[in-house]
Design a protein around this ligand. Structure first.
Ligand SMILES: Nc1ncnc2c1ncn2[C@@H]1O[C@H](COP(=O)(O)OP(=O)(O)O)[C@@H](O)[C@H]1O
Ligand SMILES: [Mg+2]
Length: 239
């Protein structure tokens, strides 16, 4: 479903962010990507929807390869919820923000509006649809950013640090949302408890490489492995 082969990437200033990454993620799987700050997690997932293009190696989603010509196709398939909701929401009315993606992709308007309404009601945001997104609380912005992506019905959902600004109740709400989706899900997070609750497989990144991969709870309870990668046990296992 998603295959990354020998992917390397350096930023224009010379920072080598990815070094020969290979991984595959199956259809419908929920995978976590963890690793210390600067490990390359965001750089990796920003390749999955064509936001960044491979400098060497390949990225394929459902057999469709990330190349210059194929970016729109990838954007249709892969929905990316950015680390910062302010990067996702920029219109003056919340509802227009939710409808921006479907309009851009040329999806049928009526169906998309109905889906937008369903998502906003689900997330308790319907009454706020006329408000500027900049006036929402951090938690509301986070769910609005999810709605803006889910309304495009991506077959792969990629989330970069989705819980960074959520209180415990909203974290729980987001975990059950993520667990209720049938699409392939990829979550980048420092929040190893959230990964524990939502992922079946985990990849650990360290200095631009995948340093370990395996069954989520086996990796997440391996203190030595986590410490080698500058990570700590999930809070629920610390006592
Ligand atoms: N736009 C950029 N220009 C130069 N270096 C960058 C840029 N974005 C990230 N980096 C560097 O690339 C490396 C990987 O960053 P990133 O993928 O953001 O890591 P993570 O998401 O795991 O914290 C880091 O060394 C970071 O400083
Ligand atoms: Mg990041």
């Amino acid at each position: 479903m998603i295959t990354v082969e020998r992917l390397s990437f350096a930023y224009p200033d010379g920072t080598q962010a990815l070094r020969n990454i290979s991984l595959s993620i199956r259809n419908g799987e929920s995978a976590g990507i963890i690793g210390a700050n600067g490990a390359g997690k965001s750089t990796l997932v920003n390749h999955l929807n064509g936001w960044l293009r491979p400098q060497s190696g390949t990225v394929k989603v459902e057999g469709s390869r990330s190349t210059g010509k194929n970016q729109e196709n990838l954007r249709r398939m892969v929905g990316l919820v950015f680390q910062n909701p302010d990067d996702q929401l920029f219109m003056t009315r919340l509802f227009d923000d939710i409808m921006f993606g479907p309009g851009n992709l040329g999806l049928p308007r009526q169906e998309s509006e109905a889906e937008a309404e369903r998502l906003l009601r689900d997330f308790g945001l319907w009454e706020l649809r006329g408000k500027p997104p900049s006036k929402l609380s951090q938690g509301q912005k986070r769910f609005a950013a999810f709605a803006a992506v889910l309304v495009m019905r991506p077959c792969v959902l990629v989330m970069d640090e989705p819980t960074s600004d959520l209180d415990p109740r909203n974290r729980k709400k987001l975990a059950s949302l993520v667990n209720s989706l049938a699409s392939t899900r990829i979550t980048v997070s420092h929040d190893l408890d959230f990964i524990w609750d939502t992922c079946s497989r985990v990849f650990i990144m360290n200095s631009g490489r995948i340093s370990a991969q395996g069954e989520a709870r086996a990796l997440l309870s391996n203190r030595e492995l986590l410490e080698e990668n500058a990570l700590e046990l999930p809070l629920r296992l610390q006592r």
